[in-house]
Design a protein around this ligand. Structure first.
Ligand code: BG6
Length: 488
């Protein structure tokens, strides 16, 4: 994000898992959008690698149809043709060394045909237990050595299942790759509104002075989804909301909201400050987990396809945490996320302290609403500032009004998949928006006490909530106990 470059390096983009959902719903549409906006050079090609034994023409046809569906509108023929002419496919088993030899030859041919420099961006859109296998296959075939050009590997989440498995996964990847070659993706960081948190905080002079414990009462973060687990039961039932959303997406947003100003917008400087936030989260005790973390399941979850009928996997989490540093000591951060909630919304609410003095005595005004700043990550991307204003008329009456900035209205842009920026950044070697390993570890460390407590507790009643509600009453209690309430 620090780069002023407008075109990616010439390279071959190699997708492992090229027949899967991610490729058709996010990766190829993102490549298509990058191509449309002129961010891809001519020296560019895509090579899909997957198990199905189909030929290249069939693959191209399938992708054309599926990307059209993902885009929801007919593809501009000339733009798509440009992608299709550069789209190749190789089938094989990822544990077969011969596949990687074939890949090597095919890559050389593709580069030759399109005059592409020797740069490869590998995307592992495969389950994590295959990361090591693919990494080893690439290394053995000599496809990770950077003697002639760069070699980068993007890995999809989840990065591990807990701290130990994340470390193991990392060790597997590191057998053939250096940290600077590994791009651990979190599509939340590709969202404009998430990146804008840094711009909002550090490109404006008026917010930073009040962005601290003296003026902020508390912070709320919500990641609500209307949908249930759908067909993702096999993955989700093992993961649950804490691993699926809190440990990665929410912690990323949290760190951007809470971090200190970095000394530059260089990748390492930004990530250094972000990881410090997670290191400052004090480990939760068993008692904290019992009192300040709520897990719940929506009614009917255990009847979802491929979900264990006895499952205790949480589809909702609400929690309170603190950041023990000079800026935030004593200020609660309330996080909540869930599936099957009333609507899809991701937002951060910074609630400021009330005005110190109630000057409106002997008037109909009997309480002052606190000011809130709402960072609307999605949908309806924007930022709102709520403050009190006098209602016109002879009486002293106040009403909370809103100053609103909307991306769609101002910039006239449509939200993108979030993958465009991330793929582009990987192609120019900017790791700012990718997870560094210490960050992954710090995230897992922060949730480990919760995971351990839940694992040990297989008997207590699991809270449930009605699909379409804002979660269980326990989540309301969590914040109401502190004299606050969720903003809805
Ligand atoms: C994914 C999770 O990482 O993010 C999904 O695995 C979730 O469970 C999705 O639905 C939400 O992403 P977005 O961009 O729709 O908020």
């Amino acid at each position: 994000m620090s780069s002023p470059r407008s075109r990616a390096d010439g390279c071959v983009f190699v997708i492992f898992g090229a027949s899967g959902d991610l490729t058709r719903s996010k990766l190829l549409p993102a490549i298509f959008n990058l191509c449309e906006s002129g961010h891809l050079p001519d020296e560019f090609a895509i090579l899909g690698v997957a198990r199905p034994r189909i030929d290249q023409d069939a693959y191209r046809k399938q992708m054309r149809e599926q990307v059209r569906q993902a885009e929801g509108e007919p593809l501009q023929a000339d733009k798509w043709q440009r992608i299709e002419d550069r789209l190749y496919y190789v089938s094989g088993e990822f544990n077969d060394a011969a596949l990687f030899d074939r890949l090597k030859t095919t890559l050389a041919e593709i580069r030759d045909r399109h005059h592409i420099p020797s740069n490869y961006l590998f995307y592992l859109a495969v389950p994590p237990d295959l990361f090591g296998t693919v990494g080893d296959g690439l290394a053995t075939a000599g496809l990770t050595s950077e003697d002639e050009g760069w070699r980068r590997v993007i890995v999809e989440k989840p990065f591990g299942y807990d701290l130990e498995s994340a470390r193991k996964l990392n060790a597997e990847l590191r057998r053939g790759l250096r940290e600077s070659q590994i791009y651990r993706i979190d599509h939340y960081l590709g969202k404009e509104t998430v990146q804008n948190i840094l711009a909002f905080r550090f490109a404006n002079g008026i917010f930073e002075p009040i962005w601290n414990r003296r003026y902020v009462d508390h912070v709320q973060m919500t990641v609500a989804e209307e949908v249930g687990v759908g067909k993702r039961g096999p993955y989700y039932d093992k993961a649950g909301a804490l691993r699926d959303i809190v440990q990665n997406h929410m912690f990323q947003v949290l760190t951007l909201v809470a971090m200190e100003p970095p000394i530059s917008f260089g990748g390492e400087d930004v990530r250094d400050e972000k990881v410090r936030v997670l290191h400052a989260v004090p480990p939760l005790t068993q008692d904290d987990v019992k009192r300040h973390v709520v897990r719940a399941q929506y009614d009917g979850y255990t009847k979802e396809p491929s979900v264990n009928t006895e499952s205790r996997t949480e589809t909702f989490v609400a929690m309170r945490l603190f950041i023990d540093n000079w800026r935030w000591a004593g200020i609660p951060f309330y996080l909540r996320t869930g599936k099957c909630l009333p609507r899809r919304v991701t937002e951060v609410v910074i609630q400021f302290k009330r005005a110190p003095l109630m000057l409106f005595r002997h008037t109909p005004v009997n309480s002052l609403s606190p000011n809130t700043l709402i960072l609307r990550i999605q949908p309806n991307e924007g930022i709102a500032l709520c403050f009190n204003a006098k209602v016109p008329g002879p009486f002293e009456r106040l009403e909370t009004v809103t100053m609103d900035f909307s991306y769609a209205e101002h910039f006239k842009t449509e939200p993108t998949t979030g993958y465009e920026t991330l793929l582009f950044d990987a192609m120019i070697g900017d790791q700012t928006l990718f997870h560094r390993m210490d960050m992954v570890e710090a995230g897992w460390q922060a949730v480990t006490p919760i995971l351990e407590h839940w694992q040990a507790d297989s008997r207590s009643r699991l809270a449930t909530y009605k699909a379409g509600s804002w979660g269980p009453s326990e989540a309301d209690l969590l914040i109401e106990r502190d004299g606050r309430e969720w903003r809805e």
